[in-house]
Ligand binder design. Structure first.
Ligand SMILES: [Fe+2]
Ligand SMILES: [Fe+2]
Length: 370
């Protein structure tokens, strides 16, 4: 059964400030006994799996430039596989790879700062002691993520500003008054997508420092997403229909902002400028990629396209939590129809993907020894 698209999507406001009014209600818990066993277990795992960026990663070796250029991709397009790319000088390939990695990782970095602030908020805002203890460990995890992404980007020599879509998302989560909204926006949507992208980038790149860094970070993110799934799984069944609807709306808006942050004109302009700065006419790039579209198409099929992580990860999570009703399904379908066309929208909407049962094992596949 396919769900018809909603009539139209609401307008998205634009915010570009560096300040946002944070909101939450701080809640004491006088019960110090374990109450939600799954969260206590997650807290114990988090304590057990702490790592130290300076000790675990080899910063001395620096970035292997050749390896980074060998797996260059542009918004998921495997450009490094094309004859066009292989025909460019090493200096050009490095310039383009460096700027592109700096752009993407800068937004990961800004996202980590947002996650750090929200994790700190959750210590105050969640009502159970198990949830507070766990959120304290996540706060430290996110501090480490800010540290490692900043350190890697510093070696690329350039930090790009946050994209408007990502900032809107972070502002909305930080300003959300209720902890369940924060958990849906950050733990489920943002960290779910981050986990998916980090893991995918880890699998694709051959740059050793980046590969190891992303493996460590993804292991933490698997726990962060797990927290959202387990905690919300515990409380969502008892919220009112009105609150359930608000949570669903928020999940959709957060997803939409995050996908916009990857797709907006700002990104396309940035990518085009990156090529001209490296001395290559962007029109030549587009023509070359069009000529080698079979190579590109194979890779896109592998990754499920731009919305693969939404239909393959976010929606299965929302469905499992009871936060994916018919109306919300209609909103997602409308978003896909507007951005990808009707055929792609039908394909995404009919996806029956399920979440990996063990997120940590999913991250570790093939990388246990790292
Ligand atoms: Fe993180
Ligand atoms: Fe996280």
């Amino acid at each position: 059964m396919t769900v018809p698209p909603a009539a139209s999507l609401p307008e998205r406001p634009t915010l570009r400030t560096a300040e946002v009014g944070a909101a939450l209600t701080a809640i004491y818990s006088w019960n110090y006994e374990p109450e939600i066993d799954q969260l206590r277990t997650l807290y114990a795992n988090a304590l057990d799996r702490q790592w130290i960026a300076l000790r675990e990663l080899d910063w001395e070796a620096g970035i292997d430039r050749e390896a980074l250029t060998r797996t260059f991709s542009m918004g998921g397009l495997p450009v490094a596989e094309t004859k066009f790319w292989k025909g460019l000088s090493f200096e050009t390939r490095w310039q383009v790879s460096r700027t592109s990695a700096a752009f993407m990782l800068s937004n990961f970095l800004h996202g980590e700062q947002g996650a750090l602030m929200v994790a700190g908020q959750l210590v105050n805002a969640v009502p159970h002691m198990d949830g507070k203890l766990y959120a304290a460990t996540q706060t430290l995890d996110e501090a480490r993520h800010v540290e490692v992404f900043a350190a890697y980007i510093q070696r690329l020599g350039q930090v790009f500003p946050i994209t408007p879509g990502l900032q809107e998302l972070l502002d909305a989560v930080i300003a959300a008054p209720d902890w369940k909204l924060k958990a849906v926006g950050m733990q489920v949507v943002t960290e779910g997508l981050a986990l998916y992208f980090f893991r995918d980038m880890r699998n694709q790149t051959q740059e050793p420092l980046l590969k190891k860094l992303l493996t460590y970070v993804s292991r933490d993110e698997a726990r962060h997403t797990g927290y959202g799934i387990k905690y919300l799984g515990h409380v969502v069944p008892s919220v009112s229909p009105k609150e359930n609807r608000e949570l669903q709306d928020f999940a959709f808006e957060c997803t939409r902002n995050l996908m916009a942050s990857r797709a907006a004109n700002t990104m396309r302009d940035r990518v085009m400028r990156m090529w001209s700065d490296a001395g290559v006419d962007p029109n030549d790039v587009l023509a070359a990629l069009a000529a080698e579209r079979d190579v590109i198409g194979r890779e896109l099929a592998r990754s499920g396209g731009r919305y693969g992580p939404v239909s393959g990860f976010i929606i299965p999570t929302l469905r499992a939590l009871g936060l994916y009703g018919e109306r919300t399904a209609g909103l997602f379908k409308q978003m896909w129809t507007e951005t990808q066309g009707r055929e792609a929208a039908d394909r995404y909407a009919s996806s029956t993907a399920e979440l990996p049962e063990d997120l940590e094992a999913w991250v570790n596949e093939g990388y246990e020894a790292l």
